[in-house]
Design a protein. Structure first.
Length: 146
């Protein structure tokens, strides 16, 4: 389970293919690998695009504990995604400043996911946990009947 919104490539696609399928969100930070081939969110990205609904203290913690992305995570084609074989749910983060909502809707439709849009940022598990829990409960109830 992701703690933030994510890209969902299909078999043979790269994460970058999905991200750049449409014009990126205008607030999306410019990302580039460092000398070790790792990608970090640049200064200010948490405030403007990633966690703009978080408090200043929450953003400081998120920035301090961020983990980098290896360049291969976005440049290597993926295998068969699990969403091809199991039911999926998708929270479209309308306030996401990283992944454009139009791109999120495209992925959700392609996944045939149960889609719900909310006015949340890129990291709703921190800034809107109730929205995330509601969707998880809906998924659980749909799968188990409980």
């Amino acid at each position: 389970m992701c703690r933030e919104t994510a890209l969902a490539p299909d078999q043979g696609e790269r994460v970058g293919d999905v991200f750049y399928r449409l014009k990126p969100h205008p607030d999306a930070p410019k990302l580039a690998p460092d000398g070790d081939g790792l990608i970090w969110l640049p200064d200010g990205a948490f405030e403007t695009a990633f966690a703009q609904n978080a408090s200043a203290d929450e953003r400081a913690v998120l920035a301090a504990v961020q983990r980098p992305i290896a360049l291969s995570c976005i440049t290597v084609p993926v295998g068969r995604p699990l969403w091809r074989d199991i039911p999926s749910w998708f929270l479209v983060a309308e306030g996401d400043g990283v992944i454009a909502p139009e791109t999120q809707r495209y992925m959700a439709k392609r996944m045939k996911a149960k889609m719900e849009a909310r006015a949340v940022d890129h990291i709703p598990s921190v800034t809107a946990p109730t929205a995330v829990v509601d969707i998880i409960r809906d998924a659980l109830q749909s799968v188990t009947g409980a």
